[in-house]
Design a protein around this ligand. Structure first.
Ligand code: C2E
Ligand code: CA
Ligand code: CA
Length: 744
């Protein structure tokens, strides 16, 4: 046993040593007395009572007596003193009902609800009404002649016992209230650092004292090292200190807490154990000044258990967030992040000479195919490093796609000459000199009219144009590049026709239970087959339907079709079957959306509990309050909500919780990644874990091979969808498929 643990034992030995006396209620308890107030205008009653109860002790605590000889004296005394456990109160004093009036004053004016009251009267005729006994929470009513020494003794004993219970219940109720509030406040914080600092602050509130402390994480993969995440008070200097926790006593205590997986309470400290998931534990050391009483200890137990899950979730969300906004290979901001940054730039008053450029490496895919992905990755890293080194401190550099980089900043640097010159010098990759060239597409943000997403699209258009016309060149986007717009308009007219001509129809892709491999539901997906039989993919026409507003009518039709199909399947006996319907942002924002939903449900008779709406995370990120209200109303109808393409970008854990979704859909890109990923834990794994922590169902989409399915199953993912099980199919095909695949 080392020295630091020995000193812990000392602390525990002296645990009973009293806290420094002060005038708080806890101090009276710590001093170890029960305070009893005697109110009576007859001084003989005072002496008889103290004599009768003199040797009474409860739980090793003697009684301490306070005396008042009239109701008014009692009022004064009660205004000054607190933590009185029992009042022995004479009914008749200055007036016939002085005692009862005093009781009313105690309960209603002073709002002392915990103190126990025993009424005493000389004459049986002055018994209070039964109502008064109940309304004023009077413990006992005795005539003085009834109160023999033994009777008085048992009456006071039971009053003290019930006082103690009431106090304990109230204290824990207050504490639990605070824990609930603390958890809610903590969830609203972004990032692990803030969350951890929040924990220390909440512990202080919980304990009603300004406590200092520190919080550490131990990663089991990392040679059992403790890392300080946050600290307050005298411990602040420990943060960022590479040498770890130098205070041997604290280090020893924290280690013991981790080993025993339980909180430890000492004379002037507490350590809290937050059991994380398998690879990670959190532990906190708190200065408490004195030994915590039992109620506080119990509250901290509940608190640490409650918060442990939150800590895990925050860590997961922070990592997901990084994945969502940063490219894992180059660590540069990704397309999503760049779009945000362009939005910001567009929002600024002075954007005169700001330019967005997309820089694409020529012939990259050929190089990649010829020399392998590993070489390709090194090449991309080389380009990223050069861009970053030459321009990074003045401009924003991002990686927006495979071999395409984004550059955002002032025109003096973001122009073809500067950008393309960067490629003049050869890159040295893996000991080889590689000569590269690039093409750029540029957009001037001065008086640009769209948002960040539009600007990126236009830069793409300019880039494509540049590639088409000449390699190693550049092109500025201009409004005359209206071909794309004309194409959009043509498609929009065609789509309107298609809608009227019934060229649009719905197909269904089964979702299966990964354990039993039986179908549990299907996602409705829209198809457009033109008269000549060609299919136009939804990724192409849905944006146009949205942009033109046609999606409102089309979406309603999909919803109705899907509900009807559900009813048809139910009539065939598939009563457990669920249908998921995609709802686009534009539909969702439409003021009549909720009415439409209700109407369709009523008309078709489809049971809401078997209908799920899929909304994308990007909807979920906008106008949180309005959205949360709408989602609440949707859930009132009984329809459930899934977040589609989950993991591709979102804000915070609190937000995810406030959304009250029922299910997360892991985006196909993350499913594809699980077999290729060499990273410790995949995004899919994190989403599955998050779903479990938040009590949400999870479905993985785009499962194409058996390996993906078995990895997902082993990670605990309950549901899946993908070509491995079934492609989207027409209603007739679905009927046959369900028969063959043991649906219920
Ligand atoms: P989504 O909601 O993410 O739909 C999943 C897409 O993945 C579907 O493409 C589906 O056919 C495809 N998919 C399913 N399993 C696999 C697989 O194993 N491998 C591969 N490579 N792909 C798989 P689809 O039908 O082309 O739909 C594309 C997108 O169009 C949908 O993405 C959705 O955002 C939108 N969409 C489709 N139908 C509707 C609709 O009725 N309303 C709205 N608002 N959007 C729709
Ligand atoms: Ca979907
Ligand atoms: Ca999806």
């Amino acid at each position: 046993m080392n020295r630091s643990t020995a000193s812990v034992d000392d602390d525990l030995v002296f645990m009973d040593e009293a806290a420094p006396p002060s005038d708080t209620p806890e101090a009276h308890e710590a001093k170890g007395v029960w305070r009893v107030l005697i109110v009576d205008d007859d001084s003989d009653v005072h002496s008889a009572t103290t004599f009768a109860l003199n040797n009474l002790e409860m739980q090793h605590r003697p009684l301490e007596f306070l005396h008042a000889y009239s109701a008014s004296e009692a009022r004064e005394l009660l205004a000054r003193e607190d933590d009185i456990a029992v009042i022995l109160l004479d009914v008749v004093m200055e007036q016939e009902d002085s005692g009862l009036q005093l009781v009313r004053h105690i309960r209603e004016v002073l709002k002392l609800t915990e103190v126990r009251i025993i009424l005493r009267t000389g004459q049986p005729g002055y018994a209070p009404e039964i109502d008064a006994i109940r309304d004023f929470d009077i413990n006992d009513y005795k005539t003085k002649s009834e109160l023999t020494r033994i009777k008085l003794y048992t009456t006071v004993t039971s009053a003290i016992r019930s006082y103690e219970q009431i106090r304990a219940i109230n204290a824990s109720r207050r504490g639990l209230d605070r824990i609930v509030r603390a958890s809610a406040e903590l969830m609203a914080l972004h990032g692990l650092d803030n969350f951890a600092a929040g924990i220390l602050a909440q512990v202080a509130t919980l304990l009603d004292q300004a406590s200092s402390g520190l919080l550490c994480v131990q990663e089991h993969t990392n040679a059992q090292e403790l890392t300080v995440i946050t600290a307050s008070g005298p411990h602040v200097k420990l943060v960022d200190s590479a040498s770890g926790i130098r205070d041997g006593r604290i280090a020893g205590l924290l280690q013991r807490t981790l080993d025993q997986r339980t909180n430890i309470y000492g004379r002037d400290f507490a350590t809290l154990y937050f059991g994380g998931n398998a690879n990670r534990d959190f532990v906190a050391y708190i200065d408490t000044g004195a030994t915590l009483n039992e109620i506080d200890q119990r509250l901290l137990e509940v608190f640490s258990r409650n918060i442990a899950v939150g800590l895990d979730n925050v860590l997961l969300v922070t990592r997901l967030h990084n994945f969502a906004f940063y490219d894992t290979l180059t660590k540069l901001p990704n397309r999503t992040r760049l779009r945000e940054l362009v939005d910001e730039a567009l929002g600024m008053p002075m954007r005169n000479d700001v330019i967005l450029a997309l820089v694409d490496i020529d012939h990259f895919s050929e190089t990649n195919d010829a020399l392998g992905h590993q070489f390709g990755d090194l090449l991309l890293l080389g380009v990223a490093a050069r861009l970053q080194a030459q321009l990074g401190n003045q401009l924003t550099i991002a990686r927006v796609g495979g071999d395409t980089f984004g550059v955002l900043g002032d025109a003096s640097l973001v122009n073809p000459a500067v950008l393309l010159d960067l490629f003049d010098e050869a890159f040295s990759i893996d000991g080889q000199e590689v000569q590269l060239s690039a093409t750029a597409g540029l957009v001037r943000l001065a008086d640009y009219e769209g948002g960040g997403a539009d600007a990126l699209k236009d830069a793409d258009i300019a880039l494509k144009r540049a590639k088409l016309l000449q390699r190693a060149g550049h092109f500025y986007f201009s409004r005359s590049m209206g071909v794309d717009i004309r194409e959009r308009v043509r498609l929009m007219h065609a789509l309107r026709n298609a809608y009227e001509e019934k060229e649009l129809f719905v197909v269904y892709q089964p979702q299966i239970d990964l354990q039993t491999r039986r179908p549990v539901g299907a996602e409705a997906l829209l198809r457009w087959r033109t008269k000549d039989g060609t299919f136009i993919p939804p990724d192409r026409f849905i944006p146009i339907a949205e942009y033109s507003g046609l999606i409102i009518d089309i979406g309603e039709r999909v919803m109705r079709e899907a509900c009807k199909e559900l009813m048809r399947l139910r009539s065939m006996g598939y009563t457990e079957f669920t249908i998921s319907i995609n709802v686009s942002q534009v539909q969702f924002r439409h003021p009549r959306f909720l009415d439409t939903l209700r109407n369709v449900l009523a008309e078709t008779g489809a049971p809401p509990s078997r209908i799920e709406l899929e909304i994308t995370e990007s909807i979920a990120m906008e106008e949180p309050d309005a959205l949360i209200q709408l989602l609440g109303e949707i859930r009132q109808t009984g329809v459930s909500i899934a977040i589609d393409d989950f993991g591709t970008g979102f804000s915070s854990l609190s937000y995810l919780q406030r959304l009250q979704a029922d299910r997360l859909k892991i985006d196909r890109s993350f499913v594809t990644e699980i077999t290729s990923s060499s990273r410790g834990s995949s995004i899919a794994e994190m989403v599955i874990q998050l779903g479990r922590n938040l009590g949400l169902s999870v479905v993985a989409e785009g499962v194409e091979d058996e390996r993906q399915a078995s990895i997902l199953a082993s990670l605990g993912c309950p549901l899946a969808q993908g070509y491995l099980f079934a492609r989207p199919m027409t209603v007739d095909q679905l009927t046959t498929w369900l028969k063959d695949n043991g649906a219920r």
